[in-house]
Design a binder for this molecule. Structure first.
Ligand code: NAI
Length: 333
């Protein structure tokens, strides 16, 4: 029995994500929460012939508590998306408060659930959730994940385009590490399961890195004020959620990059810190998932000089983003 929850389920990401979760027979209960429209979304999904029992809740009548009680996995895409010209950090003012309030609900109703944060800026919203859970005395660093899977999915797709064969994309694995915004997104292309063409021009390599780091902007621009990535994000969010669910059902050896608290694995964190040359409280690296959540944080491994330079640019920006999230809770009056 697996109960999955989507908070922000009526939104651009929330609806297709809920559809994909409803399509997975491993999920037996699906609870949808938003400030609007969830009864309709739930009624619609409930007619799909898969095992999950679907319910939709609104804030009235303690809907958040009803949504979260008994949850195993909680996915959070609640909040506002970017418009052209905005960075993910510009969303902080609104989304920080939304995520804080939802985290308080999680602390109260399902403190042991796996929490998957999609709401941006992920580099700061994950520390916000952690600080709320710490304040309530229920923080388990092994069970909190920032969803960076879309960066990984984009990397697979863009590398397959360079290799001239989109059908390869489903098999291409590129570790994308660091965080989830701009220069904090660091694709380790030298570790791609499918190497780039030998002798790729420096300009083409730089363009590829830039496209992985700023791929979200392509979508924001094309939607022209209509929001940011929703369908590809729902696909990526579901892919990561399914991995977490398979792990909690006992499957071993599942590895995926995710932005996690380095408190989740002291040994892995020590190795990573040595590589980074600086201590960070959160970082996205390849994570081995287990029944209890994060089983192991992998080190970065051998990097090219170009990748080392990207990491050097990412670290100070990440440190700043993390502090912004932490301060939002610890300095709140
Ligand atoms: P959207 O505006 O279409 O949907 C957001 C939903 O959140 C709306 O239905 C809204 O009613 C709901 N909401 C607002 N306040 C809420 C609250 N207090 N409780 C529950 N629900 C609430 O936005 P979209 O496109 O679905 O994006 C959602 C978030 O995901 C944004 O912050 C966006 O930046 C982020 N995102 C993250 C990505 C990632 O890779 N991690 C990629 C793309 C977007």
């Amino acid at each position: 029995m697996v109960k999955a929850v989507v908070l922000g389920a009526a939104g651009g990401i929330g609806q297709p994500l809920a559809l994909l979760l409803k399509s997975n027979p491993l999920i037996t209960e699906l609870a949808l929460y938003d400030i609007v429209n969830t009864p309709g979304v739930a009624a619609d999904l409930a007619h799909i012939a898969t095992p999950a029992k679907v319910q939709g809740f609104l804030p009235a009548d303690d809907g958040l508590t009803k949504t979260l009680t008994g949850a195993d996995v909680v996915v959070i895409p609640a909040g506002v998306p970017r418009k052209p010209g905005m960075t993910r950090d510009d969303l902080f003012k609104i989304n920080a408060g939304i995520v804080r309030d939802l985290a308080n609900g999680i602390a109260k109703s399902c403190p042991n659930a796996f929490v998957l944060v999609i709401s941006n800026p992920v580099n700061s919203t994950v520390p916000i959730v952690a600080e709320v859970l710490k304040k309530q005395g229920v923080f388990n660093p092994k069970r909190l994940f920032g969803v960076t899977t879309l960066d990984v999915v984009r990397a697979s797709t863009f590398v397959s385009e360079i290799l001239g064969d989109l059908s390869l994309s489903k098999d291409i694995v590129v570790p994308v590490v660091g965080g989830h915004s701009g220069v904090t997104i660091v694709p380790l292309l030298s570790q791609s399961s499918h190497p780039l063409p030998a002798g790729i021009a420096q300009a083409d390599y730089d363009t590829l890195v830039n496209r992985i780091q700023f791929g979200g902007d392509e979508v924001v621009k094309a939607k022209n004020g209509g929001g940011s990535a929703t369908l590809s994000m729902a696909y990526a969010g579901a892919e990561f959620a399914f991995k977490v669910i398979r792990a909690l059902k006992g499957e071993k050896g599942i590895i995926a990059p995710s932005y996690v608290s380095l408190e989740a694995d002291a040994e892995g964190a020590a190795a990573l810190t040595k590589e980074l040359g600086q201590e960070l409280a959160y970082f996205s690296s390849n994570i081995e998932l287990g029944v209890d959540g994060v089983a192991k944080i992998s080190p970065l491994g051998a990097l090219t000089d170009a990748e080392k330079t990207l990491i050097q640019a990412a670290v100070p920006e990440l440190a700043k983003n993390i502090q912004t999230g932490v301060n939002f809770i610890t300095e709140a009056r």
